[in-house]
Design a protein around this ligand. Structure first.
Ligand SMILES: [Zn+2]
Length: 87
C-alpha cells in the first residue's frame, strides 16, 4: 500500500506520489522533488491552488516548524511550468 500524506494546502489526504515534498532550509522552503532531502518535510499538491492555500494559511511555517519570515519562492517557481523546462 502506498503511504498517504496530507496536503498542507487543501488538507486532503493523497498518495505520496501525487504530492510534492517540501523541506525547510534555514528560512527557505525548498521543493524536494525527489523526496530525498533530509530534515522536516511537508507535503503539498503541486498545484498553484494548493500552494496559494498553504501560503494564505501560513501552513508552510506551521508544518515545518519555522519561525519568522518564510520564503516559499523556490516552491512557487517549481509550480510554474515556465521554469521547469531545464529539469
Ligand atoms: Zn492540496
Amino acid at each position: 500500500m502506498e503511504p498517504v500524506r496530507t496536503c498542507i494546502g487543501c488538507r486532503s489526504r493523497a498518495p505520496r506520489s501525487s504530492l510534492l515534498r517540501v523541506v525547510s532550509q534555514n528560512s527557505h522552503v525548498v521543493a524536494d522533488v525527489a523526496a530525498v532531502l533530509p530534515g522536516r518535510g511537508a507535503w503539498l499538491h503541486p498545484t498553484p491552488e494548493c500552494y496559494q492555500l498553504a501560503v494564505r494559511k501560513r501552513a508552510f511555517g506551521r508544518a515545518l516548524r519555522m519561525r519568522g519570515e518564510v520564503d516559499t519562492g523556490n516552491v512557487e517557481n517549481r509550480l510554474n511550468p515556465q521554469v521547469m523546462t531545464n529539469e
